[in-house]
Write a protein that binds this ligand. Structure first.
Ligand SMILES: NC(=O)c1ccc[n+]([C@@H]2O[C@H](COP(=O)([O-])OP(=O)(O)OC[C@H]3O[C@@H](n4cnc5c(N)ncnc54)[C@H](OP(=O)(O)O)[C@@H]3O)[C@@H](O)[C@H]2O)c1
Length: 347
């Protein structure tokens, strides 16, 4: 069913050359005009609450967007953001109905049925079979999916095989009747506090991330990742589709912070003094092994630390700002919105 349409595209593609794609224009987001422009949920701001779906002027479409990873950090917000734009969504994960399991291709057709676009999240597991993205894409195309946004990771730029190999099948697809867009986010701000459960008990963190302040990372707020994905997926207008076809976007936070700075910010937020200490790599690995961390995850973490020490997550590129017409959220904003002393168990 089509409701009253807002004809304003989510941004006006502007002829701004972009370093990642040579002479092709980078879609620069312009403020919306007209009645639809005044609606905050239509200007790329997924703020953790839905739009007013009872409003008859909500932008609607005959698209059906499949959102995988729908129970995860970005997928849930992407589904919510698309719905707020009036875009029909099918959420998919292992507990949804229909069920979607990357490891069980028998579950794929049901979630793809009727879908015209998809947001693809692959699980962050070291043994994810890279061929799955290619197989799923072929199945999606056969089912009528014409646009696909893949959540990848910033480390793909530096040849991180487990991540890059998930992109490669898409890059091989010709885009005559199908377009893909790849998002390469930096590390998520929202990984805290789950990543550092013992922060309060330990009074800080010891990591092989170099002398204080420790390797710098431009943490990206998952709400900004979702805003970008929604911006790309919300409209099937030909100009919009062309503007994002075959593009790779780097989603970095606005500032690169060492672990010491992160801990200072968290400490100020919750009223605790928290320390960062550099740890020798082998000592840290021995401690993790003794704590029962599996070898495959240990290697994964050590690789991640090495990537961070090489500065691979420290870039602060402006793709988010160009796409959304505003700066990405600061780490402080994430803390203010989501973190309190209750976020961690007392040691
Ligand atoms: N976390 C970061 O800092 C970071 C940084 C850059 C890129 N990334 C990328 O972001 C992606 C998501 O990572 P995340 O750790 O943040 O996870 P997440 O999106 O918060 O959660 C993973 C999602 O995938 C679903 N899922 C897990 N295994 C699945 C399976 N076998 N079949 C179908 N769905 C499955 C989960 O749902 P159910 O468990 O309910 O099935 C959940 O919805 C990864 O590809 C990662 O490389 C993450």
């Amino acid at each position: 069913m089509r409701g009253r349409e807002c004809r304003v595209p989510t941004f006006a593609p502007a002829l701004v050359p972009h370093r990642l794609d040579g002479a092709r224009p980078f879609p620069r987001r312009e403020p919306r005009k007209g009645r639809c422009a005044s609606r905050p949920w239509q200007v790329g701001a997924v703020t953790g609450h839905s739009g007013d779906m009872s409003d008859s002027s909500v932008e609607t479409t005959s698209e059906l967007v499949l959102v995988t990873g729908a129970t995860g950090q970005t997928g849930a917000l992407v589904a919510e953001g698309l719905r707020a734009r009036g875009v029909p969504v099918r959420e998919a994960a292992r507990g949804t109905d229909p069920r979607f399991d990357w490891d069980d291709p028998a579950t794929w057709d049901a979630v793809l049925d009727g879908a015209t676009a998809a947001y693809l999240v692959t699980p962050l597991v070291p043994d994810f079979a890279p061929g799955l993205v290619g197989d799923f894409t072929a199945r999606a195309r056969a089912a009528g999916v014409r646009r696909l946004v893949l959540l990848s990771g910033a480390s793909a730029e530096f040849g991180n095989v487990p991540i890059l190999s998930r992109e490669m099948p898409l890059r091989a697809v010709d885009q005559d009747d199908f377009s893909w867009t790849i998002l390469r986010p930096s590390a998520f701000a929202q990984n805290f506090p789950a990543m550092e459960r013992t922060l309060l008990a330990d009074g800080g963190v010891r990591r092989p991330l170099g002398p204080a302040p420790g390797a710098a990372v431009a943490y990206i707020d998952v709400r900004d990742i979702a805003d970008v994905a929604v911006e790309i997926l919300a409209s099937a207008e030909p100009d919009q589709v062309r503007a994002h076809a075959g593009r790779t976007y780097y989603l970095d936070g606005p500032e690169a912070l060492g672990y010491e700075q992160v801990l200072d910010a968290i400490g100020s937020r919750i009223g605790r003094e928290l320390r960062y200490e550099d740890a020798p790599r082998d000592e840290w690995a021995a401690g993790a092994r003794a704590a029962g961390v599996e070898e495959v995850w240990l290697r994964w973490r050590l690789d991640l630390f090495a990537q961070q020490r090489r500065g691979e997550y420290a870039h602060t590129r402006d793709d988010v700002e160009r796409l959304l017409g505003r700066r990405p959220r600061r780490f402080d904003a994430y803390l203010a919105d989501s973190v309190s002393a209750d976020s961690w168990p007392e040691g």
